[in-house]
Ligand binder design. Structure first.
Ligand code: GLP
Length: 244
C-alpha cells in the first residue's frame, strides 16, 4: 500500500481529484468505482471544478457505486442515488446510462445483487475503485465480521454506522437498518483502489489498517492483500501511525 500524506481534508481532496483526473485522461473510457459519505465530497467538488474549467469529459466513463440503502428509491433525497446526482453526476457530462448503483427497491434483492455483480463483470471490471472507510473499518457497507469472500450482498448496518450516518438525516430513526453493498471480494477484484481517510475520528482505524493484522473483524485490513492500493490520508488520520 502506498500512502500519500496530505496536510488536511482539502489537500487530500485535491490530490485525490488530480489522481483520478490523470487516470481519466489516460483512459477516457475507464470504469470507475465510486463511494458516498463525507470523505469523497471534496474530491467530487474538485472533479466538477476541473470539468468546468478544463473540460475533462466523462462521456465514455462508466461508474459503479459501492452501495445503496435498502428501501430507498432513486428519488428519496437520502438515497445514495440522490447523493451522487447532487454531488457529482448532475454536474458533469456523464450519460445516465453509464451510471450504476444497486437498486435498493428491487423486488428480489438477492437477484439484484447477482445482476449488479454480473454487470460489473460485463463492463470489464472496475479500473479504479474510490473508497472511504468507516471508523470501525467498514468499506462499502461491509461491517466487521463480513467474509472476505462475499460478493454484492444485503447487509445489516452496525448501530455505530447508523449513528455515524444519522448526520445526513433529520433523525436516527430514519436511517435504514439494511443496505445492498459490493462485497469485499467485489471490491478486491478492482484493478486499483484509492482509499481516502481524513480526520482524527479515523486515526484509530488508520492505525489498525496499517499496523494491525489482516482479519475479517476489521474489513479494510483486506486491502493489505491487494497489489495496487493508494491511500491518501491527512495528517490527523495519520498522526502517530507507523508506516511500514
Ligand atoms: C458510509 C459508506 C461508506 C463510507 C463510510 C465512511 O457508511 N457506506 O462507503 O466510506 O461509511 O463515511 P464517511 O466518509 O462519511 O466517514
Amino acid at each position: 500500500m502506498r500512502i500519500i500524506e496530505a496536510h488536511d481534508y482539502e489537500h487530500m481532496s485535491e490530490l485525490a481529484a488530480n489522481y483520478l483526473i490523470d487516470k481519466i485522461h489516460t483512459n477516457p473510457s475507464m470504469v470507475l468505482g465510486l463511494a458516498t459519505g463525507g470523505t469523497p465530497q471534496g474530491t467530487y467538488k474538485h472533479l466538477i471544478q476541473d470539468h468546468q474549467r478544463n473540460h475533462t469529459t466523462y462521456k465514455e466513463i462508466t461508474t459503479y457505486n459501492l452501495d445503496e440503502y435498502v428501501g430507498f428509491s432513486a428519488d428519496n433525497p437520502n438515497s445514495y442515488h440522490a447523493f451522487m446526482y447532487e454531488k457529482l453526476f448532475g454536474k458533469i457530462d456523464i450519460p445516465s446510462a453509464n451510471i450504476h448503483l444497486p437498486n435498493g427497491t428491487a423486488i428480489d434483492l438477492n437477484d439484484e445483487c447477482k445482476t449488479y455483480e454480473e454487470s460489473i463483470k460485463e463492463s470489464g471490471g472496475i479500473d479504479v475503485q474510490l473508497l472511504g472507510m468507516g471508523s470501525n473499518g467498514h468499506i462499502g457497507f461491509n461491517e466487521p465480521g463480513t467474509s472476505f469472500e462475499a460478493t454484492t450482498q444485503i447487509v445489516h448496518l452496525a448501530q455505530s454506522t447508523r449513528e455515524a450516518n444519522a448526520r445526513f438525516f433529520h433523525d436516527i430513526n430514519e436511517v435504514p437498518h439494511e443496505a445492498i453493498t459490493m462485497g469485499i471480494a467485489t471490491i478486491m477484484k478492482s484493478k486499483e483502489i484509492l482509499l481516502l481517510v481524513a480526520g482524527e475520528a479515523k486515526n484509530e482505524a488508520m492505525r489498525k489498517l496499517v499496523e494491525g493484522e489482516v482479519d475479517e473483524s476489521f474489513p479494510a485490513s483486506v486491502l493489505n492483500r491487494h497489489s495496487h492500493v493508494t491511500i491518501i490520508a491527512d495528517k490527523k488520520a495519520l498522526s502517530g501511525v507507523t508506516v511500514r
